[in-house]
Unconditional design. Structure first.
Ligand code: ZN
Ligand code: ZN
Length: 191
């Protein structure tokens, strides 16, 4: 069994240390575990603008250090991959490309959480939005994220379903996104 999308206490909405997550995975027979906590808000100058959503910028180095040490420690027992879940924020590609160019990282998940000011997991932000515009915007951003070269994998492709709004809007855009080839530009040795 493989799980590449896991969080721990640095993100502010999960419990346990990285070691706890690894122990949880081992106990459940997971053979490949990706640790992939939320990346800092690299596009924001503040250290920790969203403490309940993602780690602080000042925690980034410690996260990578601890995760890669754990990867070595567990080698032979558990195939731990060091990853991160990074936001797709159009216009900040260069910032994210630089911040994510770290040799410790085995993979990067890309997530579309926001469509402009609308946040897919925060219904109050899109309460007055036109559902069609919201859905079309989501698929448009997803296609842009997939084509950006920043990410290895797009996380929770269906996050737009969380709000529970019925809409067929965006079907064409969805197809466009699915046809895009994912893959980051080579910038670090594969491992
Ligand atoms: Zn997540
Ligand atoms: Zn997410």
């Amino acid at each position: 069994m493989i799980d590449l999308h896991t969080h721990h206490d640095r993100c502010g909405h999960a419990d346990g240390t990285l070691s706890d997550v690894a122990a949880w995975a081992e106990a459940r027979g997971i053979s490949v575990l990706g640790v992939s906590d939320h990346a800092p808000r690299f596009a924001d100058e503040r250290d920790h603008p969203r403490p309940s959503i993602q780690m602080a910028r000042s925690q980034w180095d410690g996260y990578l250090e601890e995760a890669s040490a754990l990867r070595e420690e567990l080698a032979g027992r558990l195939d731990l991959r060091v990853g991160v879940e990074a936001d797709w924020i159009p216009g900040t590609e260069d910032t994210y490309r630089a911040a994510l160019a770290r040799s410790e990282l085995d993979f990067v998940l890309g997530s579309v959480h926001e469509v402009g000011d609308w946040h897919v997991y925060q219904p109050h932000t899109f309460a007055d939005a036109d559902p069609e515009a919201f859905h079309r915007g989501y698929w448009r951003e997803l296609a842009a994220a997939a084509g950006s070269g920043l990410f290895d994998v797009i996380a929770h492709l269906d996050a737009i379903r969380v709000p529970g709004r019925a809409s067929t809007g965006g079907a064409g855009e969805a197809r466009g996104a699915a046809e895009l080839r994912l893959g980051r530009s080579p910038q670090r040795p594969a491992r």
